[in-house]
Write a protein that binds this ligand. Sequence first.
Ligand code: F6R
Length: 240
Amino acid sequence: MQVIICESPEQVGSRAADIIEVRVRQGPAVLGLATGSSPSGTYRELIRRHREEQLSFSDATAFTLDEYAGLPLDHDQSYHSTIRREFVDHVDLPLSRLLTPHGDAEDLRAEAVRYDEAIREAGGVDIQILGIGANGHIGFNEPTSSLNSRTRVKTLAGATRSDNARFFPGGEVPQLCLTQGLGTIREAHQAVLVALGANKAGAVRAMVEGPVSAFCPASVLQLHPRAVVVLDPEAASQLQ
Ligand code: F6R
């Protein structure tokens, strides 16, 4: 695991974008996209490079990491809509190649299996972009998730539902989600995890310096041959 400590959140976005840009310029790339606040600076920087430096995503394919169950793709708070708003609608990645688990599928378990197979059929994810939860989750793999898990239906942790309640004013935060599993994420050829802010410092320490353990799902990246963790000084503040 390579750890890069940057001087500012802007530098984190730029450093993570550098890694993604290298792969995208090499030819058709399969990207794994996380939502949330952590990678938003990275997406902003990739959009800027698309607009100002001819970085093209026209040959790329993207798989989102997770999705709420029960929401149609076009729901304002679905991760499909979110990743469109934050990234995909601002670059030239064809919408037909933005793939998301369908949270409104009648048979969620079958949908999870289908999604996992679709990733395999695409040749696997070339670069998986990740954020980390304050409890060490990646995707929606909450603590105690199996390190070998595949894409599946999960119950959202109470803490995660409270964290995300701000996005559902007056409405219920979904109770279930579909998420790529830790085994699925581990198969990405490269992983770039971005963490910002002091509230991630404990999780970052557990991920980088703690034991590989289902109690900190992100620690599974210690086993990944090409995982890069890009941090701002606050997120890095508890590293020894
Ligand atoms: C979202 C996802 C989550 C987030 C994590 C951090 O697709 O995979 O694991 O990356 O909850 O969220 P933020 O970045 O909003 O703190």
